[in-house]
Write a protein that binds this ligand. Structure first.
Ligand code: ZN
Length: 470
Protein backbone atom coordinates (compact mmCIF):
# COMPACT_ATOMS: atom_id res chain seq x y z
CA UNK A 1 0.00 0.00 0.00
CA UNK A 2 2.67 2.47 1.13
CA UNK A 3 4.95 1.33 -1.71
CA UNK A 4 2.18 1.94 -4.24
CA UNK A 5 1.58 5.40 -2.84
CA UNK A 6 5.26 6.27 -2.95
CA UNK A 7 5.57 5.11 -6.58
CA UNK A 8 2.69 7.41 -7.52
CA UNK A 9 4.24 10.31 -5.65
CA UNK A 10 7.59 9.69 -7.34
CA UNK A 11 5.92 9.82 -10.75
CA UNK A 12 4.39 13.20 -9.92
CA UNK A 13 7.71 14.47 -8.65
CA UNK A 14 9.47 13.35 -11.85
CA UNK A 15 6.95 15.30 -13.95
CA UNK A 16 7.58 18.43 -11.93
CA UNK A 17 11.36 18.02 -11.85
CA UNK A 18 11.77 21.22 -13.88
CA UNK A 19 10.78 23.25 -10.82
CA UNK A 20 14.10 22.40 -9.18
CA UNK A 21 16.20 23.33 -12.20
CA UNK A 22 14.56 25.92 -14.46
CA UNK A 23 14.55 29.59 -13.52
CA UNK A 24 10.91 30.71 -13.64
CA UNK A 25 9.77 34.24 -12.88
CA UNK A 26 7.54 33.06 -10.04
CA UNK A 27 7.23 36.51 -8.58
CA UNK A 28 5.77 37.91 -11.77
CA UNK A 29 3.37 34.97 -12.03
CA UNK A 30 2.24 35.58 -8.47
CA UNK A 31 1.75 39.32 -9.00
CA UNK A 32 -0.38 38.67 -12.09
CA UNK A 33 -2.47 35.96 -10.37
CA UNK A 34 -3.07 37.80 -7.12
CA UNK A 35 -4.05 40.98 -8.94
CA UNK A 36 -6.42 38.96 -11.13
CA UNK A 37 -8.12 37.48 -8.07
CA UNK A 38 -8.33 40.90 -6.43
CA UNK A 39 -9.78 42.58 -9.52
CA UNK A 40 -12.29 39.76 -9.96
CA UNK A 41 -13.41 40.19 -6.36
CA UNK A 42 -13.74 43.95 -6.88
CA UNK A 43 -15.78 43.27 -10.02
CA UNK A 44 -18.12 41.06 -7.97
CA UNK A 45 -18.58 43.86 -5.46
CA UNK A 46 -19.43 46.26 -8.28
CA UNK A 47 -22.04 43.78 -9.54
CA UNK A 48 -23.53 43.56 -6.07
CA UNK A 49 -23.35 47.27 -5.31
CA UNK A 50 -26.41 48.58 -7.26
CA UNK A 51 -28.64 46.07 -5.41
CA UNK A 52 -28.14 48.10 -2.23
CA UNK A 53 -30.07 50.94 -3.83
CA UNK A 54 -33.27 48.89 -4.23
CA UNK A 55 -36.06 50.39 -2.15
CA UNK A 56 -38.22 47.27 -1.71
CA UNK A 57 -37.35 43.81 -0.33
CA UNK A 58 -37.99 40.75 -2.55
CA UNK A 59 -41.73 39.87 -2.66
CA UNK A 60 -41.34 36.71 -0.48
CA UNK A 61 -39.87 38.82 2.28
CA UNK A 62 -42.05 41.89 1.93
CA UNK A 63 -44.29 41.00 4.89
CA UNK A 64 -41.37 40.35 7.25
CA UNK A 65 -39.59 43.64 6.84
CA UNK A 66 -40.71 46.87 8.35
CA UNK A 67 -39.82 49.53 5.77
CA UNK A 68 -37.48 51.09 8.27
CA UNK A 69 -35.59 47.82 8.91
CA UNK A 70 -35.19 47.19 5.21
CA UNK A 71 -33.73 50.66 4.74
CA UNK A 72 -31.29 49.99 7.57
CA UNK A 73 -30.23 46.66 6.08
CA UNK A 74 -29.60 48.27 2.71
CA UNK A 75 -27.53 51.05 4.30
CA UNK A 76 -25.50 48.51 6.30
CA UNK A 77 -24.91 46.42 3.17
CA UNK A 78 -23.80 49.45 1.20
CA UNK A 79 -21.34 50.54 3.87
CA UNK A 80 -19.95 47.04 4.16
CA UNK A 81 -19.53 46.74 0.39
CA UNK A 82 -17.69 50.06 0.18
CA UNK A 83 -15.44 48.95 3.00
CA UNK A 84 -14.73 45.58 1.34
CA UNK A 85 -13.88 47.25 -1.93
CA UNK A 86 -11.46 49.62 -0.25
CA UNK A 87 -9.89 47.05 2.08
CA UNK A 88 -9.53 44.48 -0.72
CA UNK A 89 -7.59 46.91 -2.90
CA UNK A 90 -5.60 48.29 0.04
CA UNK A 91 -4.51 44.82 1.17
CA UNK A 92 -3.62 43.87 -2.38
CA UNK A 93 -1.42 46.95 -2.83
CA UNK A 94 0.39 46.21 0.46
CA UNK A 95 0.84 42.53 -0.40
CA UNK A 96 2.08 43.45 -3.83
CA UNK A 97 4.66 45.83 -2.35
CA UNK A 98 5.75 43.23 0.21
CA UNK A 99 6.18 40.75 -2.60
CA UNK A 100 8.09 43.21 -4.74
CA UNK A 101 10.51 44.16 -1.96
CA UNK A 102 11.08 40.56 -0.80
CA UNK A 103 9.43 40.47 2.62
CA UNK A 104 9.79 36.67 2.86
CA UNK A 105 13.56 36.76 2.36
CA UNK A 106 13.83 39.69 4.77
CA UNK A 107 11.89 37.79 7.44
CA UNK A 108 14.20 34.80 7.15
CA UNK A 109 17.21 37.04 7.65
CA UNK A 110 15.53 38.81 10.59
CA UNK A 111 14.72 35.43 12.17
CA UNK A 112 18.39 34.47 11.87
CA UNK A 113 19.35 37.63 13.77
CA UNK A 114 16.70 37.02 16.44
CA UNK A 115 17.90 33.52 17.26
CA UNK A 116 21.53 34.68 17.11
CA UNK A 117 20.67 37.18 19.86
CA UNK A 118 19.33 34.27 21.89
CA UNK A 119 22.61 32.45 21.35
CA UNK A 120 21.59 29.97 18.66
CA UNK A 121 23.25 29.59 15.26
CA UNK A 122 21.92 28.89 11.77
CA UNK A 123 22.10 25.15 12.42
CA UNK A 124 18.95 25.40 14.53
CA UNK A 125 16.67 25.37 11.51
CA UNK A 126 13.43 24.61 13.38
CA UNK A 127 14.02 27.42 15.84
CA UNK A 128 14.76 29.86 13.04
CA UNK A 129 11.66 28.60 11.20
CA UNK A 130 9.45 29.40 14.17
CA UNK A 131 10.97 32.88 14.55
CA UNK A 132 10.60 33.37 10.79
CA UNK A 133 6.92 32.36 10.68
CA UNK A 134 5.93 34.66 13.52
CA UNK A 135 8.00 37.58 12.21
CA UNK A 136 6.39 37.22 8.79
CA UNK A 137 2.86 36.87 10.20
CA UNK A 138 3.36 39.86 12.47
CA UNK A 139 4.81 42.19 9.84
CA UNK A 140 2.34 41.20 7.12
CA UNK A 141 -0.60 41.46 9.52
CA UNK A 142 0.30 44.91 10.81
CA UNK A 143 -1.08 46.95 7.88
CA UNK A 144 -4.55 45.44 8.23
CA UNK A 145 -4.81 46.38 11.90
CA UNK A 146 -6.28 49.84 11.19
CA UNK A 147 -8.84 48.13 8.94
CA UNK A 148 -10.16 45.91 11.69
CA UNK A 149 -10.20 48.85 14.12
CA UNK A 150 -12.26 50.81 11.59
CA UNK A 151 -14.56 47.86 10.93
CA UNK A 152 -15.28 47.26 14.62
CA UNK A 153 -15.42 50.78 16.00
CA UNK A 154 -16.76 52.75 13.05
CA UNK A 155 -18.66 50.49 10.66
CA UNK A 156 -20.26 47.98 13.06
CA UNK A 157 -20.67 50.70 15.68
CA UNK A 158 -22.56 52.95 13.26
CA UNK A 159 -25.09 50.19 12.57
CA UNK A 160 -25.46 49.22 16.20
CA UNK A 161 -23.68 45.85 16.22
CA UNK A 162 -20.49 46.63 18.06
CA UNK A 163 -20.40 45.68 21.71
CA UNK A 164 -16.60 45.51 21.95
CA UNK A 165 -14.73 48.05 24.02
CA UNK A 166 -11.22 49.19 23.05
CA UNK A 167 -9.87 47.36 26.12
CA UNK A 168 -11.61 44.14 25.10
CA UNK A 169 -10.40 44.56 21.52
CA UNK A 170 -6.76 44.86 22.62
CA UNK A 171 -7.13 42.02 25.13
CA UNK A 172 -8.62 39.76 22.41
CA UNK A 173 -5.80 40.60 20.06
CA UNK A 174 -3.08 39.89 22.63
CA UNK A 175 -4.82 36.66 23.65
CA UNK A 176 -5.07 35.70 19.99
CA UNK A 177 -1.33 36.21 19.48
CA UNK A 178 -0.46 34.36 22.68
CA UNK A 179 -2.63 31.39 21.74
CA UNK A 180 -1.25 31.45 18.20
CA UNK A 181 2.23 31.16 19.65
CA UNK A 182 1.43 28.53 22.28
CA UNK A 183 -0.26 26.29 19.72
CA UNK A 184 1.61 27.37 16.60
CA UNK A 185 5.18 26.93 17.83
CA UNK A 186 4.89 23.26 18.89
CA UNK A 187 2.77 22.59 15.82
CA UNK A 188 5.49 23.96 13.55
CA UNK A 189 8.17 22.06 15.43
CA UNK A 190 6.22 18.82 14.93
CA UNK A 191 5.47 19.63 11.30
CA UNK A 192 9.11 20.29 10.45
CA UNK A 193 10.42 17.33 12.46
CA UNK A 194 8.36 15.03 10.23
CA UNK A 195 10.14 16.38 7.16
CA UNK A 196 13.49 15.92 8.85
CA UNK A 197 12.66 12.38 9.86
CA UNK A 198 10.73 11.09 6.83
CA UNK A 199 12.58 12.97 4.08
CA UNK A 200 10.85 12.74 0.70
CA UNK A 201 8.44 10.13 2.07
CA UNK A 202 6.67 12.66 4.28
CA UNK A 203 3.20 12.61 2.68
CA UNK A 204 1.37 9.87 4.65
CA UNK A 205 3.09 10.79 7.93
CA UNK A 206 2.30 14.44 7.57
CA UNK A 207 -1.34 13.65 6.72
CA UNK A 208 -1.60 11.57 9.88
CA UNK A 209 0.05 14.32 11.92
CA UNK A 210 -2.32 16.98 10.58
CA UNK A 211 -5.36 14.78 11.16
CA UNK A 212 -4.36 14.17 14.78
CA UNK A 213 -3.77 17.89 15.18
CA UNK A 214 -7.21 18.73 13.76
CA UNK A 215 -8.86 16.16 16.03
CA UNK A 216 -7.17 17.52 19.11
CA UNK A 217 -8.27 21.03 18.13
CA UNK A 218 -11.86 19.78 17.97
CA UNK A 219 -11.49 18.85 21.64
CA UNK A 220 -9.26 21.73 22.74
CA UNK A 221 -10.90 24.65 20.96
CA UNK A 222 -14.26 24.66 22.74
CA UNK A 223 -12.97 23.44 26.10
CA UNK A 224 -9.78 25.46 26.40
CA UNK A 225 -9.66 28.24 23.82
CA UNK A 226 -13.20 29.48 23.37
CA UNK A 227 -13.73 29.99 27.14
CA UNK A 228 -10.83 32.47 27.03
CA UNK A 229 -12.97 34.71 24.80
CA UNK A 230 -16.59 33.86 25.62
CA UNK A 231 -18.44 32.50 28.59
CA UNK A 232 -20.17 29.17 28.07
CA UNK A 233 -22.75 28.39 30.71
CA UNK A 234 -25.22 25.48 30.86
CA UNK A 235 -28.51 26.39 29.22
CA UNK A 236 -30.98 27.00 32.08
CA UNK A 237 -33.86 24.60 32.67
CA UNK A 238 -37.02 25.59 30.84
CA UNK A 239 -39.05 25.21 27.66
CA UNK A 240 -36.07 25.58 25.33
CA UNK A 241 -33.86 23.13 27.18
CA UNK A 242 -36.64 20.53 27.36
CA UNK A 243 -37.35 20.92 23.65
CA UNK A 244 -33.72 20.56 22.59
CA UNK A 245 -33.13 17.57 24.88
CA UNK A 246 -36.27 15.84 23.62
CA UNK A 247 -35.28 16.44 20.00
CA UNK A 248 -31.75 15.16 20.62
CA UNK A 249 -32.94 12.00 22.33
CA UNK A 250 -35.52 11.24 19.61
CA UNK A 251 -32.77 11.47 17.03
CA UNK A 252 -30.31 9.53 19.22
CA UNK A 253 -27.93 12.48 19.07
CA UNK A 254 -25.24 11.81 21.72
CA UNK A 255 -25.83 15.10 23.54
CA UNK A 256 -23.44 15.52 26.44
CA UNK A 257 -23.73 19.21 27.32
CA UNK A 258 -26.02 22.01 26.28
CA UNK A 259 -24.53 25.48 26.54
CA UNK A 260 -25.51 29.06 26.16
CA UNK A 261 -22.73 31.37 24.95
CA UNK A 262 -22.52 35.08 25.65
CA UNK A 263 -21.94 36.09 22.03
CA UNK A 264 -23.56 39.42 22.77
CA UNK A 265 -20.46 40.51 24.69
CA UNK A 266 -18.81 41.41 21.39
CA UNK A 267 -21.46 41.62 18.74
CA UNK A 268 -25.17 41.13 18.29
CA UNK A 269 -24.78 38.69 15.38
CA UNK A 270 -26.15 35.35 16.44
CA UNK A 271 -26.33 31.60 15.76
CA UNK A 272 -26.06 28.06 17.12
CA UNK A 273 -23.69 25.15 16.53
CA UNK A 274 -22.62 21.73 17.76
CA UNK A 275 -19.19 20.16 18.15
CA UNK A 276 -17.39 17.24 19.73
CA UNK A 277 -16.28 13.69 19.15
CA UNK A 278 -18.65 11.16 17.53
CA UNK A 279 -19.78 9.68 20.86
CA UNK A 280 -20.03 12.89 22.89
CA UNK A 281 -21.43 16.07 21.39
CA UNK A 282 -22.08 19.52 22.74
CA UNK A 283 -24.60 22.05 21.52
CA UNK A 284 -24.00 25.76 21.88
CA UNK A 285 -26.73 28.35 21.44
CA UNK A 286 -26.01 32.08 21.31
CA UNK A 287 -27.79 34.17 23.92
CA UNK A 288 -28.69 36.60 21.14
CA UNK A 289 -30.57 33.88 19.24
CA UNK A 290 -32.45 32.93 22.42
CA UNK A 291 -33.38 36.57 22.97
CA UNK A 292 -34.50 37.19 19.39
CA UNK A 293 -36.52 34.04 18.68
CA UNK A 294 -39.20 32.00 20.43
CA UNK A 295 -38.17 28.62 21.94
CA UNK A 296 -40.00 26.69 19.19
CA UNK A 297 -38.10 28.67 16.57
CA UNK A 298 -34.74 28.06 18.24
CA UNK A 299 -35.73 24.38 18.32
CA UNK A 300 -36.17 24.52 14.54
CA UNK A 301 -32.70 26.06 14.15
CA UNK A 302 -31.37 23.15 16.21
CA UNK A 303 -33.34 20.71 14.02
CA UNK A 304 -31.42 22.16 11.06
CA UNK A 305 -28.11 21.81 12.93
CA UNK A 306 -28.92 18.20 13.82
CA UNK A 307 -29.66 17.64 10.13
CA UNK A 308 -25.98 18.42 9.50
CA UNK A 309 -25.11 15.77 12.07
CA UNK A 310 -27.61 13.23 10.73
CA UNK A 311 -26.24 13.46 7.19
CA UNK A 312 -22.66 13.48 8.53
CA UNK A 313 -21.87 16.78 6.86
CA UNK A 314 -18.93 17.64 9.11
CA UNK A 315 -17.28 14.26 8.40
CA UNK A 316 -17.90 14.63 4.67
CA UNK A 317 -16.33 18.08 4.72
CA UNK A 318 -13.41 16.68 6.69
CA UNK A 319 -12.95 13.95 4.09
CA UNK A 320 -13.01 16.50 1.27
CA UNK A 321 -10.50 18.67 3.06
CA UNK A 322 -8.24 15.64 3.61
CA UNK A 323 -8.36 14.91 -0.10
CA UNK A 324 -7.55 18.53 -0.84
CA UNK A 325 -4.66 18.41 1.61
CA UNK A 326 -3.37 15.22 0.07
CA UNK A 327 -3.29 16.82 -3.40
CA UNK A 328 -1.37 19.80 -2.04
CA UNK A 329 1.15 17.63 -0.22
CA UNK A 330 1.55 15.22 -3.13
CA UNK A 331 2.73 18.04 -5.40
CA UNK A 332 4.99 19.60 -2.79
CA UNK A 333 8.12 17.37 -2.99
CA UNK A 334 8.97 18.95 -6.35
CA UNK A 335 9.17 22.34 -4.65
CA UNK A 336 11.00 21.16 -1.55
CA UNK A 337 14.52 21.49 -2.95
CA UNK A 338 14.19 24.08 -5.68
CA UNK A 339 16.85 26.80 -5.54
CA UNK A 340 15.33 28.75 -8.50
CA UNK A 341 12.11 29.14 -6.48
CA UNK A 342 13.93 30.84 -3.61
CA UNK A 343 16.05 32.89 -5.98
CA UNK A 344 12.86 34.22 -7.60
CA UNK A 345 11.79 35.54 -4.20
CA UNK A 346 15.05 37.39 -3.45
CA UNK A 347 16.75 34.81 -1.23
CA UNK A 348 20.55 35.00 -1.31
CA UNK A 349 22.26 32.09 -3.16
CA UNK A 350 23.63 30.74 0.13
CA UNK A 351 20.10 30.14 1.50
CA UNK A 352 18.62 29.13 -1.88
CA UNK A 353 21.24 26.42 -2.38
CA UNK A 354 19.81 24.45 0.55
CA UNK A 355 16.22 25.67 0.96
CA UNK A 356 14.83 25.60 4.51
CA UNK A 357 11.68 23.44 4.51
CA UNK A 358 9.43 26.10 5.99
CA UNK A 359 10.47 28.65 3.36
CA UNK A 360 9.88 26.20 0.52
CA UNK A 361 6.48 25.29 1.95
CA UNK A 362 5.44 28.89 2.43
CA UNK A 363 6.47 29.94 -1.09
CA UNK A 364 4.67 26.89 -2.47
CA UNK A 365 1.55 27.92 -0.52
CA UNK A 366 1.77 31.41 -1.99
CA UNK A 367 1.94 30.00 -5.51
CA UNK A 368 -1.17 27.92 -4.81
CA UNK A 369 -3.19 30.82 -3.42
CA UNK A 370 -4.86 31.81 -6.71
CA UNK A 371 -5.93 28.20 -7.29
CA UNK A 372 -7.22 28.05 -3.75
CA UNK A 373 -9.73 30.77 -4.61
CA UNK A 374 -11.30 28.32 -7.08
CA UNK A 375 -11.20 25.47 -4.56
CA UNK A 376 -12.93 27.72 -2.00
CA UNK A 377 -15.68 28.42 -4.51
CA UNK A 378 -16.22 24.68 -5.07
CA UNK A 379 -16.27 24.06 -1.32
CA UNK A 380 -18.93 26.78 -1.01
CA UNK A 381 -21.04 24.94 -3.57
CA UNK A 382 -20.79 21.74 -1.52
CA UNK A 383 -21.58 23.58 1.69
CA UNK A 384 -24.65 25.23 0.14
CA UNK A 385 -25.93 21.81 -0.88
CA UNK A 386 -25.53 20.65 2.70
CA UNK A 387 -27.49 23.66 3.96
CA UNK A 388 -30.42 22.75 1.73
CA UNK A 389 -30.20 19.16 2.90
CA UNK A 390 -30.30 20.24 6.57
CA UNK A 391 -33.30 22.50 5.90
CA UNK A 392 -35.12 19.61 4.24
CA UNK A 393 -34.26 17.41 7.20
CA UNK A 394 -36.03 19.85 9.54
CA UNK A 395 -39.12 19.80 7.31
CA UNK A 396 -39.20 16.02 7.13
CA UNK A 397 -38.73 15.43 10.87
CA UNK A 398 -42.49 15.06 11.35
CA UNK A 399 -42.61 12.05 9.01
CA UNK A 400 -39.38 10.60 10.28
CA UNK A 401 -40.28 10.81 13.97
CA UNK A 402 -44.01 10.37 13.33
CA UNK A 403 -44.63 13.45 15.44
CA UNK A 404 -47.43 15.77 14.36
CA UNK A 405 -46.16 18.45 16.75
CA UNK A 406 -43.28 18.89 14.31
CA UNK A 407 -45.56 19.47 11.33
CA UNK A 408 -44.80 23.19 11.37
CA UNK A 409 -41.02 22.79 11.76
CA UNK A 410 -40.46 24.26 8.28
CA UNK A 411 -42.49 27.36 9.13
CA UNK A 412 -40.69 27.77 12.43
CA UNK A 413 -37.32 27.45 10.74
CA UNK A 414 -38.40 29.98 8.12
CA UNK A 415 -39.45 32.44 10.81
CA UNK A 416 -36.18 31.94 12.71
CA UNK A 417 -34.14 32.50 9.55
CA UNK A 418 -36.05 35.66 8.76
CA UNK A 419 -35.56 36.95 12.31
CA UNK A 420 -31.84 36.17 12.15
CA UNK A 421 -31.55 38.03 8.87
CA UNK A 422 -33.63 40.98 9.97
CA UNK A 423 -31.82 41.35 13.29
CA UNK A 424 -28.41 40.99 11.65
CA UNK A 425 -29.47 43.39 8.88
CA UNK A 426 -28.19 40.79 6.38
CA UNK A 427 -28.46 41.67 2.74
CA UNK A 428 -31.50 40.18 1.03
CA UNK A 429 -30.78 41.20 -2.56
CA UNK A 430 -27.78 39.18 -3.71
CA UNK A 431 -26.10 38.91 -7.10
CA UNK A 432 -25.84 35.22 -8.04
CA UNK A 433 -22.17 35.30 -9.04
CA UNK A 434 -21.22 37.25 -5.95
CA UNK A 435 -23.10 34.73 -3.83
CA UNK A 436 -21.62 31.70 -5.60
CA UNK A 437 -18.12 33.00 -4.94
CA UNK A 438 -18.48 34.24 -1.38
CA UNK A 439 -21.32 32.48 0.38
CA UNK A 440 -21.25 29.11 2.08
CA UNK A 441 -25.02 29.42 2.70
CA UNK A 442 -27.82 29.95 0.17
CA UNK A 443 -29.44 33.37 0.38
CA UNK A 444 -32.51 33.85 2.57
CA UNK A 445 -34.89 34.05 -0.42
CA UNK A 446 -33.45 30.84 -1.88
CA UNK A 447 -33.84 29.05 1.44
CA UNK A 448 -37.41 30.23 2.01
CA UNK A 449 -38.38 29.13 -1.49
CA UNK A 450 -36.77 25.72 -0.94
CA UNK A 451 -38.56 25.38 2.42
CA UNK A 452 -41.87 25.89 0.61
CA UNK A 453 -40.94 23.11 -1.83
CA UNK A 454 -39.98 20.70 0.96
CA UNK A 455 -43.20 21.41 2.83
CA UNK A 456 -45.22 20.72 -0.33
CA UNK A 457 -43.26 17.49 -0.80
CA UNK A 458 -44.02 16.30 2.73
CA UNK A 459 -47.71 17.16 2.28
CA UNK A 460 -47.83 15.15 -0.97
CA UNK A 461 -46.23 12.13 0.73
CA UNK A 462 -48.80 12.34 3.52
CA UNK A 463 -51.59 12.41 0.93
CA UNK A 464 -50.26 9.32 -0.78
CA UNK A 465 -49.89 7.51 2.56
CA UNK A 466 -53.47 8.36 3.55
CA UNK A 467 -54.86 7.12 0.23
CA UNK A 468 -52.99 3.84 0.69
CA UNK A 469 -54.60 3.41 4.09
CA UNK A 470 -58.02 3.90 2.57
ZN1 ZN B 1 -26.43 24.94 8.41
Amino acid sequence: MLGYLNAGLDAIQARLAWVATDPVDWKFYLQVCSWSVCLFESYLLLRQFPLYSKTEPPPVLAEHFKPDTFKKSQAYGKDKAKFSLFSGLYKQVIESLFLHYGLVAWSWKAAGKIIAKLGYGQEYEILQSIAFTFTLLFVSGLPSLPLSVYQTFVLEEKHGFNKTTPALFVADMLKGWAIGFVIGAPFLAGFLSIFKWAGDRFVPWLMAFLLIFQMSMVVLYPTVIQPLFNKLSPLPEGDLRTRIEALASKLKFPLKHLYEIDGSKRSSHSNAYFFGLPWSKHIVVFDTLIKQSKPEEVEAVLAHELGHWYYMHPSKLLLLSQFHLFTILALFPAFLRAPPLLRAFDFPPSVAAKPPTIVAFLLYQMLLAPLEAIVAMLMNAVSRRFEYEADRFACELQTMLKDEKMADMGDRLGRALVTLHVENLSTVWVDWLYSAYHHSHPTLTERLRALERYKAGVARQKDVAQKKEL
